[in-house]
Ligand binder design. Structure first.
Ligand SMILES: N[C@H](CCC[C@H](N)C(=O)O)C(=O)O
Length: 261
């Protein structure tokens, strides 16, 4: 069997994309997904996405983490699948697609994709961290010096510890740069490592920073190891309600190929 795939990256968060409108991909073969994502034995990626038909939107996004398991929402992946649908000629500049956490509106201009994220109406603030769900679960903590943070070791401990344990969480470390700029580094569950960028993580970090009054202006500009992203939203702080949240940044086609089983 041959698998035609496309490789995309959004600020260095990289994905294998497969056009599965004919449902030819063995979508419950999680070992195969893990193998395809493997950096030494496969194509190599942080995650894999299937583009399928949807009966209520332009297309449907199925997302797997690099460990082969079905993941929750992926923000950079969502931006990349919009660029992929555009490359396939499936959409023009505006789209609405189905993702693990519901319907998403998005816009593409050249290789810049603006993706509307799910509303956030629950933010748990603890002494030394914030927890919220932006389509995927995120633990957010603030650091004075991100360059010196051991994201892998600290992230792994938090991801596997209480109260998350096996189900896990993604873990974000955030440094405030100015009233509308942040630096974010993320340990991703399902990849079980630091990735160069995490879209739902950057979204969670931006909302947490605004919620704690660390930032004052919008849009927020976020630096990740793999490039810059932008976050905007409407904020009703008293209600802990954040809506019309958008994540914007580049989504780039890298190469396509054929994998033989
Ligand atoms: N890289 C992704 C997050 C993937 C979510 C995954 N790590 C999980 O929690 O299942 C992003 O850009 O939002």
């Amino acid at each position: 069997m041959e698998i035609n795939f496309y490789k995309y990256q959004g600020t260095g968060n990289d994905f294998i994309l497969i056009d599965n409108r004919e449902l030819q991909f063995p979508s419950t073969d999680y070992d195969l997904v893990q193998k395809l994502c493997h950096r030494q034995f496969g194509i190599g990626a942080d995650g894999l996405m299937l583009l399928e038909r949807s009966d209520r939107a332009d297309f449907k996004m199925i997302y797997y983490n690099a460990d082969g398991k079905i993941g929750s929402m992926c923000g950079n992946g969502g931006r990349c699948i919009v660029a992929f649908a555009h490359q396939l000629g499936l959409i023009e500049n505006n789209t609405c697609f189905e993702a693990p956490d519901g319907l998403h509106q998005a816009q593409i201009k050249n290789n810049w994709v603006t993706l509307e994220m799910s509303d956030v109406d629950e933010i748990k603030v603890f002494n030394d961290y914030v927890f919220l769900d932006t389509g995927s679960p995120h633990h957010v903590c603030f650091k004075m010096n991100l360059e010196e943070t051991d994201v892998y070791q600290e992230g792994k401990l938090i991801r596997n510890g209480a109260p998350y344990f096996e189900k896990g969480t993604n873990v974000n470390f955030v440094e405030i740069i100015s009233e509308n700029e942040l630096k974010v580094r993320t340990y991703e569950r399902g990849v079980e490592n630091e990735t160069l960028s995490c879209g739902t993580g950057v979204t969670a970090s931006a909302i947490s920073a605004a919620h704690l009054n660390h930032t004052k202006k919008l849009p927020l500009k976020i630096q990740t190891l793999g490039g810059n992203l932008e976050i905007n939203f409407f904020q009703d702080k008293e209600q802990s309600l954040y809506k019309n949240i958008t994540l914007s940044g580049p989504a780039t086609f890298v190469f396509k190929g054929v994998y033989s089983l």
